[in-house]
Design a protein around this ligand. Structure first.
Ligand code: SF4
Length: 509
């Protein structure tokens, strides 16, 4: 199945459209590919960003060589007109994010290298988000949040999403939850910019046409003081996804398909650019799911071209001017992969690797102990809406404990406030309660990363779990012998209803 749904052109650089490969399922001709590219170009022309920045575009003057989106963003941020993959350049950073796990270490390095009384380079470009180990009595974890708070007060950091009352997250209006979703909801993800974060899933923000990637504490300590970082320009892999998305698939299935195809090292230090009619039809939250897991293939970053969907999402979230960029027609891609999405089926990644792909229906004999719906990958509002749709369609109760961890406070409120389409006015929380799920937990990373022993829904026993998270390495959600099947919210909900890994078509068709 895998090899028949994809075509790759592994030329060192795609310079000639005739060299492009085709999906075995695709009925497109070479002419169609040219047309597809023109479509993208037309889209750029017809959809303007709501604001334009005064920054100079990187391609003023004659363009010698076409550049990809990622190359163009890095060129502008390094004040160059032309970049090629492999070049090392000093990049000016638009946003630096850190959280409770890596923030204290980054702050320590900043103070050691820049001085105890040093000031950060820009108090308005630093975003600090406690989210990982929050609802725990672990003193060291709690202390980490205190360190963030002290630093933010000392430096007068503008964006600090604090939590003081751990007993009731709702008593903390500033508290958000999982950093990558909070960054988007609070308007810190903007097309054409550079966002760095001390978390590997910072790549999620590529959904906004932004260069976003994870960095270590040492680099973050340097950025805190200098506002720039030396980065190597990655080459770009292009993923073209066309075809109508079946209503039993979600973006999680698409990215599991891709990772299964190219492996967990298939995009090492490469940019992954997602285009095509299917990608254009995805919501922002679904595009975030797609970009969230590029790091599971080793990707440096993922990007989706900004369009009217992006601008609409940003309308009420930021007043900062931004300037989207797009790959040139003549841009050089290391490889191009093409998918006919209409032919794909619901997938899982079996233990213990995100590239251990299988069809959900092939795993129907795998008995499970629990289901977990949450995280930056699968804990967004639309993820819970998708799960609720399956529960609603079945009218049944879950057969295994089903844990729900909203990514952010806003997602939590949506579960209690938004009506699920076709439900006669019910909210997600009502549908979950009727299905016998656990009550939605306080928003945070929860058990996605295991966390301290008292973390909600942590796998303290060697159980089998279907999870909407992004990693299934041994010990990832707690117990070293736990088995994690990564899946979409549809598949997770369907599995909860049967107690086995289950293809959601059993309930959605
Ligand atoms: S939800 Fe999981 S993957 Fe996402 S930032 Fe938190 S621990 Fe990392």
């Amino acid at each position: 199945m895998a090899s028949s749904t994809i075509a790759v052109t592994p030329t060192s650089f795609i310079l000639n459209k005739k060299d492009l490969g085709f999906s075995a399922f695709s009925t497109r001709s070479g002419f169609s590919i040219v047309k597809c590219r023109r479509t993208i170009f037309k889209k750029i022309c017809s959809v303007m960003a709501p604001q334009q920045s005064e920054r100079k575009p990187s391609t003023t003057g004659s363009v010698k060589t076409g550049m990809t989106m990622t190359e163009k963003i890095l060129a502008r941020a390094s004040e160059k007109t032309q970049l090629i993959p492999g070049e090392n350049v000093w990049v000016n950073i638009d946003v630096l994010m850190t959280h409770d796990v890596c923030g204290p270490g980054s702050i320590g390095i900043f103070k050691k290298e820049f001085g105890e009384n040093a000031k950060v380079w820009d108090r308005e470009k630093i975003v600090i988000i406690p989210d990982h180990y929050i609802f725990t009595s672990d003193e060291r974890a709690n202390r980490n949040v205190d360190i963030l708070r002290d630093f933010c007060m000392e430096q007068n950091i503008k964006y600090f999403y604090d939590i003081k009352d751990l007993g009731n997250f709702k008593a903390n209006p500033d508290y958000k939850g999982v950093c990558h979703i909070a960054l988007a909801q609070e308007g810190h993800c903007r097309p054409g910019e550079v966002l760095l974060g001390t978390d590997s899933h910072t790549c999620t923000a590529g959904a906004f046409g932004q260069f976003a990637t994870g960095i270590g504490n040492t680099d973050a300590g340097f950025v805190l003081g200098a506002g720039k970082l030396l980065l190597k320009v990655p080459p770009t892999l292009r993923f073209v996804m066309d075809g109508e998305m079946p209503d039993y698939l979600l973006a999680k299935d698409l990215i599991l398909q891709i990772i299964g195809e190219i492996s967990v090292s298939g995009a090492t230090y490469k940019s992954m650019e997602f285009v095509g009619s299917t990608v254009e039809s995805l919501t922002m939250e679904e595009r975030m799911t797609l970009c969230n897991m590029v790091v599971e293939a080793g990707g440096k970053n993922g990007v989706v071209p900004a369009d009217s969907t992006t601008y609409k999402y940003l309308e009420d979230k930021t007043s900062v001017a931004y300037e989207p960029v797009y790959s040139d027609e003549q841009a050089r891609f290391l490889s191009e992969y093409r998918f006919d999405v209409s032919k794909l089926e619901p997938l899982v990644a079996k233990p213990h690797s995100p590239d251990n792909r299988a069809l959900a229906r092939e795993c129907k004999d795998v008995k499970i102990d629990r289901v977990y719906i949450g995280s930056c990958t699968g804990g967004k509002t639309e993820d819970f809406m998708a799960a609720a749709k399956v529960f609603l369609a079945s009218g049944k109760k879950v057969k295994v404990p089903t844990f729900l961890v909203p990514a952010t406070q806003k997602v939590w409120m949506d579960l209690y406030g938004l009506q699920v389409p076709g439900s006669g006015g019910k909210t997600c929380s009502q549908i979950f309660e009727e299905a016998g799920c656990d009550t939605p937990a306080s928003p945070s990373c929860g058990a996605c990363l295991g966390g301290p022993k008292d973390t909600y829904a942590r796998m303290n026993e060697p159980m089998v779990c279907v999870s909407t998270t992004n990693r299934n390495f041994p010990g990832r959600m707690g117990h070293r012998e736990g088995q994690i099947y990564l899946a979409s919210p549809y598949t997770a909900a369907a599995s909860a209803l049967t107690g086995y890994v289950t293809d959601p078509r059993e309930f959605l068709q």
